[in-house]
Design a protein around this ligand. Sequence first.
Ligand code: NI
Length: 253
Amino acid sequence: MFIDTHCHLSKEDYDIDKLIKDCNKNDVNTLIISGCDKKGIAEGLEIIGDYPNVYMTIGFHPSEIDTTTDEDINWLEELVKTNKKIVGIGEIGLDYHWESDKKEAQKELFEKQLCLAEKLHMPVVIHSRDATQDTYNILKEHRLKGIIHCYSGSLEMAKEYIKLGYYIGIGGVLTFKNTNLKSVVKELSLDNITLETDSPYLAPTPHRGEKNTPEYIPLIAEELAKIKEVGVSDVAEITTRNACQLFDLKRHI
Ligand code: NI
């Protein structure tokens, strides 16, 4: 079985009933929704209430800096305390591609949510775009574990994150032609990798450019199996185990 550790699901984008059935057909049995703005969190809460094997991480994406208040952070805390299907804080982080003029505000929001995760003993899901050094420097100051979501950096940096206690989140980009990610992943142990789609974004080949869906997780797993020269079932078993350990999924069922 497979777990999609990171997808954005909304009823506008998907027929959720059909999606869950199609996922099950493809052996994708467990989904973790990333609710990373107020609307996404509200929608995710409805979905996890309706489906047994769907969980959620909640947090405010760096794109939400202008509208996120301390009250909103308190809201996250209340949600975690009252809903057992919330299994982590994320996606949170730094994005210097889109909001490069607001670095300090981004760092502040990131820090607050990392502190919340520490307080609640929750793993974190990290978004880092064009901000590797700052992301790493900040994470180094916290004692947390989590996933570096949609990893696209160097092998050296991946090793540093792993040393801190993070998994490397691998998605559809792995299936793209000419991606440097293939050579990075080749040198990593499967013990340090989790699978994700980031649906509806970043659909894997041969669906590149279309709307992504968690049912495509096996396409990413197949590419990973090819690169690592192992069976797809090994990839499924190890990456599922990694995700269950990180998010303590049994405890939340
Ligand atoms: Ni995402």
